[in-house]
Design a protein around this ligand. Structure first.
Ligand code: GDP
Ligand code: MN
Length: 393
C-alpha cells in the first residue's frame, strides 16, 4: 500500500528523521490560516497524489510571498495532474502539503528497498539527488551506491560510514556526516517496524545552514503485513486506488488491473503468471492478473467474474483452473451460475485440468452457455485471442 508524502513525513517525524515544518491542507481557507503560522524565506505548496514527478508537472509551487499561498492552493486543488508516473489520465489533486521552504545547498538521493539478489534490506544512495534515480543508474551507475543490511544483525555503524564516506559527505559538508549515519539507522528502524517495502527520500537535502532535511518522502508498506498496522491502514486513500482492486480486496481476491483486453481468471499465482505469459505469446495483452486462490469456491468465481466484466476494455475472458485443492466440477458450477447471473456477452474460453476435469468440462458443455471448453493451455490461449480478433474485425 502506498501512502501520501505528508503521511510519509509524519512517519519520518515519529522515527526521528527531520522534515520541513508542514501540514496537510484541503481548502484555500485552511491554507491561508496555516501559512500565517509559518516563518520562512520561501513557502512550498505541494500536490499530494500517489505519484512522483510532480515538480516537473507543475504540482510543486514555491513562493517568497506568504500572501500568495492561498491562491496557489486554489490553483492546485481540484486540478488533474499528469506526471510521468500517473499515466495519461492523470490524478486529481484533493490534498496539499504546505511547508516552510528550505534553502538547498545540495540534493542527495536515499532509499531503502528489499533487494532480492542479496535477500536483504538495502540502502541505495547517490549524490545525484532531485533527479530520477533510474536515469542516474542508466548513465552514471558508478554514482549509485548500495549497502545491504543483514537483517539478522541489524543496522551497524559501519554500514552508515560506508555510505557516508562512499558519497564523499565528509568533503561535501562534514557537519552532516554524523546526522546522516543516525538518519540511516532511523530509516532502517522505520522500515523494519512498519514492514515497509520501500522508503525513498528524493531529494534528501543539505540545507544552506548545514542541516539534513527530507524534502520529499515516499513510503510503501507490504500489504501482507497491514493487518499488524492499524495506524497505517488508517492512512489508506481510496481515491488513489483502482476501484476494481478495492472491490476485489473485499472478496479476498488478488486482482491487479492491467491495460490489455483479455481478462483472465486463474487459481494460483504461478499459473496466473504463466497464463498472462501465454496470452502475450498468443499476440495480445492480459487485462488483469486475477488469482482466485487455491481454494476457489462458486462464490469467489462469481465475484471474480463480476469484477472482470466491469473493465470496459475486456474483449474476451480466459478461465484457467487447475483442480488440485479445488474440484473442477465445482468451478464449472461457479462459472455457470455466475455466467447466468451476470449475463456474458463476450467470448469465454474455459480450460479445466486436474481433479474431476472431465466432469467439469461436461457440465459446461451441457449448460447451454456459449463458452468454449479447452484442455490444452496453448490451444486455449490461441482460441481466446483468436475469438477477440474476430469480434474486433
Ligand atoms: P516530485 O517531483 O514529485 O518528486 O516532488 P519533490 O517533493 O521531489 O519536489 C520537486 C522539487 O521541488 C524538488 O526536487 C526541489 O527541487 C523542489 N523543492 C521542493 N521543496 C523545496 C523547498 O523547500 N525549497 C526549494 N528551494 N525547492 C524545493
Ligand atoms: Mn521527489
Amino acid at each position: 500500500m502506498n501512502i501520501h508524502e505528508f503521511q510519509a513525513k509524519q512517519l519520518f517525524t515519529q522515527f526521528g528523521v527531520p522534515v520541513p515544518k508542514g501540514k496537510e491542507i484541503k481548502t484555500p481557507r485552511a491554507a491561508e490560516k496555516w501559512a500565517a503560522t509559518l516563518d520562512s524565506a520561501v513557502f512550498v505548496v505541494k500536490a499530494q497524489i500517489h505519484a512522483g514527478g510532480r515538480g516537473k508537472a507543475g504540482g510543486v509551487k514555491l513562493t517568497k510571498n506568504k500572501e500568495e499561498v492561498p491562491a496557489l492552493a486554489k490553483e492546485l486543488l481540484g486540478k488533474t495532474l499528469i506526471t510521468h508516473q500517473t499515466g495519461p489520465k492523470g490524478k486529481k489533486v484533493r490534498r496539499l502539503l504546505i511547508e516552510e521552504g528550505a534553502g538547498i545547498a545540495k540534493e542527495l538521493y536515499l532509499s531503502l528497498v528489499v533487494d532480492r539478489d542479496s535477500g536483504c534490506p538495502t540502502f541505495i544512495a547517490s549524490t545525484e539527488g532531485g533527479m530520477e534515480i533510474e536515469e542516474v543508474a542508466a548513465h552514471t551507475p558508478e554514482k549509485v551506491l548500495r549497502e545491504a543490511i543483514d537483517p539478522a544483525v541489524g543496522f551497524q555503524g559501519y554500514n552508515g560510514r560506508n555510505l557516508a564516506f562512499g558519497l564523499g559527505l565528509a568533503s561535501i559538508e562534514p557537519a552532516v556526516v554524523n546526522p546522516f549515519i543516525q538518519m540511516l539507522g532511523n530509516l532502517y528502524r522505520l522500515f523494519m517496524e512498519k514492514n515497509a517495502s520501500l522508503v525513498e527520500i528524493n531529494p534528501l537535502v543539505i540545507t544552506t545552514d548545514k542541516r539534513l532535511l527530507a524534502l520529499d518522502g515516499k513510503v510503501s508498506i507490504d500489504d501482507n503485513a497491514l493487518f499488524k498496522h492499524p495506524d497505517i491502514q488508517a492512512l489508506r486513500d481510496v481515491h488513489e486506488e483502482e476501484p476494481l482492486e478495492i472491490e476485489a480486496g473485499k472478496h479476498n481476491l488478488s486482482y491487479v488491473k492491467l491495460d490489455g483486453d483479455i481478462a483472465c481468471m486463474v487459481n494460483g499465482a504461478g499459473l496466473a503468471m504463466a497464463t498472462m505469459d501465454v496470452i502475450k505469446l498468443a499476440g495480445t495483452e492480459p487485462a488483469n492478473f486475477l488469482d482466485v486462490g487455491g481454494g476457489a469456491t462458486k462464490e469467489t468465481v462469481a465475484a471474480g467474474f463480476r469484477i472482470l466484466l466491469k473493465d470496459k476494455k475486456v474483449k474476451g475472458v480466459f478461465i484457467n483452473i487447475f483442480g488440485g485443492i479445488v474440484r473442477c466440477e465445482r468451478i464449472a458450477h461457479g462459472v455457470i451460475d455466475a455466467a447466468k447471473e451476470v449475463g456474458i456477452r463476450l467470448p469465454v474460453v474455459v480450460r479445466l485440468q486436474g481433479t474431476n476435469a472431465e466432469e467439469g468440462r461436461q457440465l459446461l458443455l451441457d449448460s447451454g452457455l456459449k463458452v468454449d471448453v479447452a484442455t490444452d493451455l496453448w490451444e486455449a490461449a490461441q482460441k481466446i485471442v483468436g475469438m477477440r480478433r474476430k469480434k474486433k474485425g
